[in-house]
Design a protein around this ligand. Structure first.
Ligand SMILES: [Fe+2]
Length: 194
């Protein structure tokens, strides 16, 4: 067992050798500082992004596209940008991201592919999705669903949340580590660690 690589321990040991400022800079992407005392968006130093239940509404074989905003559904337009990195903070190009969500009225399209699609991270491990802000439906706080699969890796199924939502306090699935960073204009960002 002693010969087994321990990526997380190696990351932490590496961080310990850095001056504090440099170590913090590696742990937190720019602009990802938390607010209101909540834990910030997880970065590579916090380990892999947690998984979450798929829920009942995933549909296989979504189209390849990263713009849902032309689907003619109700909802406030927004952009979700971000990156996929590994536990050593290196970008992971070519990672599959398969998103699905409800419209602004809390309704999923379970017959077609409105507000569903998959795409891949670019050479820098980055992605950009144009969509609408998901609404609320009974029993859940506001959220996106996503499956993430790095090349040759396993599928991570998880969900992303909005900070400051009243229903975050009553949704038993919600986790603060999965909150996006949301700008004043409503656009959001998140870094997945795989
Ligand atoms: Fe959902």
């Amino acid at each position: 067992m002693a010969d087994q690589p321990l990526p997380r321990r190696r990351v932490l040991a590496g961080l310990a050798a850095l001056p504090l400022g440099a170590a913090l800079a590696r742990l937190r992407p720019a602009g990802a500082a938390g607010d209101g005392g909540l834990p910030p968006t997880p970065a590579c130093g916090d380990g892999p992004t947690p998984d979450q239940t798929e829920g009942p509404y995933w549909t296989p074989n979504s189209p390849e596209r990263s713009d849902f905003s032309g689907d003619g559904v109700p909802g406030e337009r927004m952009t979700l940008t971000g990156a996929v990195v590994d536990t050593d903070c290196r970008p992971v190009p070519g990672t599959l991201l398969d998103f699905w969500q409800c419209d602004g009225n809390g309704v999923y399209d379970n017959n077609g592919y409105k507000l569903r699609g998959h795409f891949f991270t670019d050479d820098g491990g980055r992605f950009r999705l144009s969509t609408v802000k998901p609404g609320l439906y009974p029993g859940r706080t506001r959220h996106f669903h996503v499956k993430v699969r790095r090349p040759g890796g396993e599928v991570l199924t998880t969900q992303l949340y909005f900070p400051g939502e009243p229903a975050n306090r009553t949704d038993s699935i919600y986790r603060p580590e999965l909150e996006m960073t949301v700008a004043d204009n409503g656009d959001a960002s998140f870094t997945f660690v795989v």
